[in-house]
Design a protein around this ligand. Structure first.
Ligand code: CA
Length: 237
C-alpha cells in the first residue's frame, strides 16, 4: 500500500526537491505552499505523514500543528529554518513528532520519515491486536447466581457448569449481551442461527423452552427469559 506524504512548504525549490525524492522513495506526494490550504488538504486527504515548514503564508507551522492536533494524530515532521532551541521546543509542544533543521540531507529526512511511519504502523497493529484479543476473550457476564463465561464458553449456575447444547449456549450468550432489550424472534434467528438458516421462528421458542428448564428457578413462571406479548423475548438476567 502506497503511503501518502503531505508537504507543506512555501519555498518552490525545496518543495520540488522534496517531491522528487519522496516520489523516488515510493511515496505518493501532495504539495502545498500555504498553511491554511495545507490544513484543508490534511483533512480531505488524510495523509500518512506531514512534512511541515514553520515559516508559511496563511498560518505558520506551529499554528497549523496546534489546529491539526484537535482532530488528527497523523505524524508531523517539522522543518525549521533556525536551529533555535525555542523552535524545537515549541514544535514538540504543539504536537510535532520530530523535527529537522534546514539544511538537512535527503537521506536523513527519508530515514526519519521511515521511522515515523514504522512507529505509526506498530501502534496501529498493536491496537488491532488488543482489540482482537478483547473480542476473542469476551468476558464473564454475571446475573446473580448465573454466569455466562465467554472465555471458557461455559454457563454456570450457582458455580456449577450447565450442560448446554452449542445452540443453547449461543442463544443464552446473545440474550446475556442484550440484557433488558426486547428481542424479536427474527432478530434472534438472524443473530444466533444466521441469515442462511432455513427453519422458522418456532425454533427459537423450542430453544427458549429448553434453556428455561436449565436456568429458571421455576420454568413454568420464567423470570430470566421473559416472553414479551406479540414481540419476542427479553432477558432479565
Ligand atoms: Ca518557509
Amino acid at each position: 500500500m502506497t503511503e501518502t506524504v503531505l508537504v507543506v512548504e512555501d519555498e518552490p525549490a525545496l518543495q520540488e526537491t522534496l517531491a522528487y525524492n519522496l516520489r523516488q522513495a515510493g511515496y505518493r506526494v501532495l504539495l502545498c505552499g500555504d498553511g491554511l490550504e495545507g490544513l484543508q488538504l490534511a483533512r480531505q486527504e488524510t495523509p500518512d505523514l506531514i512534512l511541515l515548514d514553520v515559516m508559511l503564508p496563511g498560518i505558520d507551522g506551529f499554528e497549523f500543528c496546534r489546529r491539526l492536533r484537535r482532530e488528527s494524530s497523523v505524524p508531523v515532521l517539522m522543518l525549521t529554518a533556525r536551529s533555535d532551541e525555542i523552535d524545537r521546543v515549541v514544535g514538540l509542544e504543539v504536537g510535532a513528532d520530530d523535527y529537522l533543521t534546514k539544511p538537512f540531507s535527503m537521506r536523513e529526512l527519508l530515514a526519519r520519515i521511515t521511522a515515523q511511519l514504522r512507529r505509526t504502523r506498530l501502534v496501529r497493529e498493536e491496537l488491532q491486536r488488543l482489540q482482537q484479543a478483547a473480542e476473542n476473550e469476551g468476558a464473564v457476564l454475571r446475573f446473580g447466581d448465573l454466569e455466562v463465561d465467554e472465555i471458557r464458553h461455559e454457563v454456570r449456575l450457582r458455580g456449577q457448569p450447565l450442560a448446554l447444547k452449542p445452540q443453547e449456549y449461543k442463544l443464552l450468550r446473545f440474550f446475556a449481551r442484550h440484557r433488558g432489550q426486547m428481542l424479536s424472534r427474527e432478530q434472534i434467528l438472524q443473530n444466533v442461527w444466521g441469515w442462511d438458516f432455513l427453519g422458522d421462528s418456532r425454533t427459537v421458542d423450542v430453544h427458549v423452552r429448553w434453556l428455561r428448564r436449565k436456568i429458571e428457578p421455576d420454568p413454568a413462571h420464567p423470570v430470566r427469559i421473559v416472553t414479551v406479548r406479540g414481540g419476542g423475548y427479553r432477558f432479565e438476567g
